[in-house]
Design a protein around this ligand. Structure first.
Ligand SMILES: *[C@@H]1O[C@H](CO)[C@@H](O)[C@H](O)[C@H]1NC(C)=O
Ligand SMILES: *[C@@H]1O[C@H](CO)[C@@H](O)[C@H](O)[C@H]1NC(C)=O
Length: 254
């Protein structure tokens, strides 16, 4: 653990460098290791971080990165933490998660807090294969098909459902509404973007069907014509030997 003066100095250093984390392989600035209920815990709350720090010990089970200025979680950000069970990313300014943000945590991660951020949408791939309870409260959700799919992948932490409210990027009639009652009533992946996708698929299929009919019609026409034409040369071919026979007969006769 750092002494208070060093702690403050490192915090100032972080702020002084525009919030970027100096890439010291040792302990990330403003963070400390603790043993909480027998679990190895790494606390970086309110450490002025603008990126996921490096140097987090690989035996960390609980990781607190809350109340920082994280904007994004890049692919594989925690993949070097093979026993991570709990991850708190709440009270940041997260607007984007990589589809592979939690890559490598499928076997271990149980609790994920993404509450109080700036998330309008998260890629459903980010949660594939994870057995987690997640807190998605207090974000400006777009309340679309993507969010509906995410909610089919994860379990919500108890009591956090009412905190999922549609933000200004949502459909005008949804802004300010709780998402869960809406998602229960409406199939957003069928009627919205997904529906449009499906109708373009149908249009494509019809167009391809039309082309197929044209090609088949042409082939039938071609074969029909060639059948007529192929008879004539055949007749000629058949006539030729007759003539040559005739001429050979003639020649033998002569
Ligand atoms: C952490 O890394 C060390 C050295 O690289 C390794 O020996 C140890 O097994 C790792 N611990 C875990 C929990 O993966
Ligand atoms: C979920 O997030 C909200 C907002 O940050 C917080 O008030 C609440 O306590 C959290 N609930 C759980 C169960 O983590």
């Amino acid at each position: 653990m750092l002494p208070p003066a060093g702690h403050l100095l490192s915090l100032l250093l972080v702020i002084g460098t525009g919030g970027s984390v100096p890439s010291h392989p040792a302990s990330p600035q403003g963070c400390y290791v603790a043993e909480e209920a027998g679990e190895r815990t790494f606390r970086c709350s309110q450490a002025g971080l603008s990126a996921v720090p490096t140097g987090i010990p690989n035996d960390t089970r609980k990781l607190y990165l809350d109340a920082n200025q994280l904007v994004t979680v890049p692919a594989g950000a925690f993949q070097h933490l093979p026993v991570l069970e709990e991850l708190d990313l709440s009270h940041n300014i997260l607007a984007h998660l990589s589809g592979a943000a939690f890559q490598g945590l499928a076997g271990t991660l149980r609790h994920l807090d993404l509450s109080a951020n700036q998330l309008a949408s998260v890629p459903v791939e980010a949660f594939m294969g994870l057995q987690i309870q997640v807190n998605l409260s207090a974000n400006p959700w777009r309340c679309d098909c993507a969010l509906q799919e995410v909610l089919r992948q994860v379990r919500l932490a108890p009591g956090t459902g009412t905190g999922i409210v549609c933000g200004p990027g949502a459909r005008p009639d949804l802004v300010g509404q709780e998402f869960l009652p809406l998602a229960g009533e409406e199939e957003l992946c069928g009627a919205g973007r997904g529906g449009a996708q499906r109708s373009t698929d149908v249009a494509l299929l019809v167009t391809m069907g039309g082309w197929l009919v044209l090609v088949v019609a042409y082939l039938v026409h071609y074969v029909w014509q060639n059948r007529d034409e192929s008879r004539r040369p055949l007749k000629r071919v058949r006539m030729l030997p007759v003539r040559s026979e005739d001429s050979s007969i003639l020649s033998t006769v002569v």
